[in-house]
Design a protein around this ligand. Structure first.
Ligand code: AKG
Ligand code: FE2
Length: 378
């Protein structure tokens, strides 16, 4: 399909990006791989996990099923690319959704709003948005967006510098312990023991957002996998090759899915052209209510706590039209340290030019591949 659609000057990746981003007429989604259907079609293969790496208790402590119940898939032609189709226990996703919306945007973590607002104004994003989101929409004219609805990205740990496309030891704040544990356990189950979550980029997608074609190569040790967690509305994810123009494979990412990019797939080009609107409204019980109604009782010492009805009202309203993605990275290999700043090249912009120009309040910076319009995105 890709080759026949290529127009003058457009490569196969860009053409498919535009194809899936198109609203009118809506794109044909029949070629999109759906891992929730299991070993469907000839592209998907089954991937074996390390069944002894994670105890059942450790898994349930972060809201995960026992590893033997995880359904892990790969794609022919993409060694090292693994999708774990929603390994979360029934009712445990809300905890992680709430962390993404209420906890991780808090200081000292960094977010897009910090770039053009004062620290006082970005001090309590959740608190300043929750009441509005909790109350039903008034249905009249366009209501002003809450800060939560304006949130586009948050960085954790070693804070990614969007200008230089580097991490630095000088801009580090403690990585959230709960997410560190979750990441370590997912990585161990996928065959990567000793993974240390050191940096995180959280992307907050509204229904018309997309993420441009890019490769994540700023981490200093590429032998460590990149983990990606999806919550809320599903998305179409495009996975390409080692060259930006290589034709990609399109796949769905559903709420709860975890992606592991490792080995030969660690440095592949990828993009998110489209957010779908496929979660029923309100979000289904498995995502929302089970924990509160006691179907799952977090064990003692569990990191996963109950999400109050009050908090879930805000989260569920938010994810009815949004998607949240966390990509978790280990920046340094064992024993590795940051190179002396004088020997660091100041940008690796060449291969990552999917991250285009941005404009936030006059400052040239930010997650500028993140776009509400097709034309400025690619
Ligand atoms: O949202 C996604 O699924 C992908 C995010 C991503 O590629 C990134 O943050 O580098
Ligand atoms: Fe990425």
């Amino acid at each position: 399909m890709a080759a026949s659609m290529v127009e003058h000057g457009e490569d196969a990746f860009r053409t498919l990006f535009r194809f899936y981003r198109r609203k009118h007429p809506p794109p044909d989604l029949r070629n999109v791989v759906d891992f929730s259907k299991g070993l469907d079609g000839d592209k998907v293969l089954s991937v074996s996990l390390d069944l002894t790496a994670v105890s059942d208790g450790a898994a349930s402590g972060v809201g995960l099923r026992p590893v033997r119940e995880w359904r892990a898939f790969g794609l022919h032609g993409y060694p090292g690319f693994i999708i774990i189709a929603n390994p979360f226990l029934q009712g445990c996703q809300p905890f992680w959704v709430r962390q993404c919306l209420k906890m991780y945007p808090q200081k000292p973590n960094v977010c897009n709003l910090d770039m053009h607002m004062s620290p006082v104004d970005t001090d309590d994003i959740w608190g300043k948005s929750a009441n509005v989101l909790r109350s039903p929409p008034c249905g009249k004219k366009k209501e002003p967006k809450t800060l939560l609805e304006k949130l586009r990205w948050v960085t954790l740990g070693y804070h990614y510098n969007w200008n230089t496309k580097t991490y630095s030891p000088d801009h580090y704040t403690p990585f959230p312990a709960d997410l560190h544990s979750l990441s370590g356990l997912i990585a161990a189950g996928a065959g990567f023991p000793g993974f240390h979550a050191e940096a995180g980029i959280l992307n907050y997608y509204r229904s018309d957002s997309s993420l441009g074609i890019h490769v994540d190569e700023s981490e200093l040790d590429h032998t460590r996998p990149l983990l990606s967690f999806c919550f809320g509305q599903s998305a179409i994810f495009l996975l390409g090759g080692t060259r930006r123009e290589d034709p990609p494979t399109a796949m769905y990412m559903h709420s709860g899915d975890v992606m592991v990019m490792s080995g030969q797939s660690r440095l592949l080009y990828h993009a998110v052209p489209r957010i779908l609107q496929d979660l029923p409204s309100p979000p289904p019980a498995g995502l929302g209510t089970a924990l509160r109604t006691g179907q799952v009782s977090p064990e003692q010492g569990s990191l996963v706590e109950e999400v109050s009805e009050e908090d879930w009202a805000v989260c569920s309203r938010y994810i009815q039209s949004s998607r949240v993605n966390m990509t978790i990275r280990q920046v340094l290999g064992p024993g590795q340290s940051f190179p002396d700043i004088r020997t660091t090249k100041d940008s690796d912009a060449g291969p990552t030019d999917g991250y285009g120009e941005g404009d936030t309040g006059g400052q040239k910076r930010r997650r500028s591949n993140y776009s509400e319009t097709e034309s400025s995105n690619t």
